[in-house]
Design a protein around this ligand. Structure first.
Ligand code: NAI
Ligand code: MG
Length: 497
């Protein structure tokens, strides 16, 4: 462990918090309190206790942030070359790497996630800023052959002021995968982190201005979705919204964005299948399934939450999975946990309610199926790693996102049935398959409805691969060059010569 990381972990464990956390909104490059003066608290899910307070924003704070972002759009930022924008992003990438330990420890305290996972997230953010730093000056338009009398060209222009509504499960990395491409494209931003996890986004905004962003280019308003998020989406000064979160809130955001015909990318939930064919490498597949559902305690939009397994290997596989699940020790994210807590009591109650409904309906619970008593784990909000057998294709366990450490098992008799089961929900975010038969793997990849398909390794890829969903999982793409083009509006110009 680095000296700095050890010092921060020690401070957090001894005091329950960290000194010098930001607490205001970040507007026009300064931390400022709410106009109303109100504050709210953020909790450490691993202890179930408040650890720091921050500004509770509303429409007035959003007005100030949007005004700052609109002014910055016409300011020095608009005159920087794409290469100069890229240099700022590259400096930011290096600064994040230098301060990785602090970002990771704050992320663990605020979200609950295991420190190793938070460090992985921060490494991904370092990479995301480097990726989009390099992309900023490669955002070419086209020239279009129109014959000898005309010249046709296209320009990728920044959409303007982009809003980001960020959830609590991947606070820093979700914010970064929107902020980095938006800045590379030349936009300015107003970001609204989740009220459960405001701090790392505030830290990132301050760091980006230290890296050279002109005043007001990136603004952050903190507060609840109802007070700050809704006001931001409805604001006429916003040109684009990227929303990541639940389907219900996404639908509300979409209705609200319609008022001003605001452009929209929706990254919503999933009920993503992991298909295991009988010929798979069982060791690799077992580890893949465990990671797909228990990473971040299952609070991942792209979690592999439905195991679809061929009958021939089902019993053997389930024995292994149960043993692996039972070995995951729930504990505070800073103390070498096997599985971390659930982010909030509300989310813990939702997870428990899904499993109780299944229990009442007679579903077989292979392991887990209960809240961990708080006194057994330092007061935190933990749910046991759980594996439950589904009863049929309409089972709510198959159809509904749980967003917790609960794996649904569907046993199928062959490949065709596996493909049909994979496609039989209203979601279509990601899908995984484990098999040694590459022809089948590729047939699956081409027929399954999903924004992203993983063959023989779940969560593979990284920032260079476009990511997003179909159907109720949303539309539009983050990451990759597609993520960069989300923040551009295409202009066609034709000249008669
Ligand atoms: P949510 O979708 O309500 O919250 C996500 C973000 O939207 C937060 O920043 C929140 O403050 C903001 N928000 C809430 N209401 C808003 C509004 N009217 N206008 C604009 N922004 C608003 O999600 P919530 O309630 O925290 O979690 C509920 C469920 O959502 C979870 O059980 C899970 O199934 C799903 N979820 C999915 C995520 C994903 O990555 N796809 C992330 C978080 C939650
Ligand atoms: Mg928190």
């Amino acid at each position: 462990m680095s000296v700095e990381k050890a010092r921060l972990v020690e401070e957090a464990q001894r005091t329950g918090t960290l000194a010098n956390l930001p607490r205001g909104h970040f507007i026009s490059s300064h931390f400022v309190p709410s106009v109303s003066g109100r504050e709210m608290e953020s909790f450490d899910p691993g202890r179930g206790a408040a650890f720091a307070s921050f500004a509770a924003g509303d429409g007035e704070d959003v007005d100030r942030a949007v005004a700052a972002a609109r002014a910055a759009l016409a300011g020095p930022w608009s005159r920087l070359s794409p290469a100069a924008r890229g240099e700022i992003l590259m400096r930011a990438s290096r600064l994040i790497a230098e301060r990785a330990a602090r970002f990771a420890v704050v992320e663990t305290l605020d979200s609950g996630k295991r420190l190793a996972e938070a460090e992985g997230d921060v490494a991904g953010v370092v990479r995301a800023f480097a990726y989009y730093a390099g992309a900023a000056d490669k955002l070419h338009g086209d020239n279009v052959p129109l014959g000898s009398d005309h010249v046709g060209v296209t320009f990728e222009e920044p959409v303007g002021v982009a809003a980001q509504i960020v959830p609590w499960n991947y606070p820093l990395s979700t914010a970064a995968r929107g902020i980095a491409p938006a800045l590379a494209a030349g936009c300015t931003l107003v970001v609204k982190p989740a009220e459960q996890t405001p701090f790392t986004t505030l830290m990132l905004a301050e760091l980006l201005h230290e890296a050279g962003l002109p005043e007001g280019v990136l603004n952050v308003v903190v507060g609840t979705g109802g007070d700050a998020g809704a006001a931001l989406v409805a604001h006429p000064g916003i040109d684009h919204v990227t929303f990541t979160g639940s389907v219900a809130t996404g639908q509300r955001v979409m209705r609200s964005a319609a008022e001003h015909v605001t452009r929209l990318v929706l990254e919503l939930g999933g009920k993503s299948p992991v298909v295991l064919l009988a010929d798979c490498d069982l060791d690799a597949a077992t580890e893949g399934v465990i990671e797909a559902i228990f990473e971040n305690a299952g609070q991942i939009c792209s979690a592999g939450s439905r195991l679809i397994v061929e009958e021939a290997i089902a019993e053997q596989l389930l024995d292994r999975l149960v043993a692996r699940a039972q070995a995951l020790r729930p504990s505070h994210g800073l103390s070498d946990a096997g599985i971390g807590p659930i982010n909030s009591p509300a989310q813990l109650a939702r997870v428990a309610a899904h499993v109780e409904r299944a229990r009442a309906a007679g579903n077989r619970i292979l392991t887990g199926g209960a809240i961990v008593p708080p006194e057994a784990c330092g007061g935190g909000w933990f749910y046991q790693p759980t594996i439950v057998q589904a009863q049929g294709p309409d089972d709510p366990l198959v159809q509904e996102e749980i967003f917790g450490p609960v794996l649904t098992v569907q046993i199928v008799s062959d490949f065709e049935e596996a493909v049909a089961a994979a496609n039989a929900t209203r979601y279509a975010l990601v899908a995984g398959i484990y098999t040694r038969d590459h022809a089948r793997a590729w047939r699956f990849a081409r027929t399954v409805d999903a924004g992203q398909v993983y063959i023989n390794e779940f969560f593979a890829g990284g920032v260079a691969m476009p990511f997003g969903g179909n159907r109720k999982s949303g539309f539009g793409r983050a990451k990759g060059m597609a993520g960069l083009r989300s923040y551009c509006k295409l202009k066609s110009v034709v000249a008669r010569i």
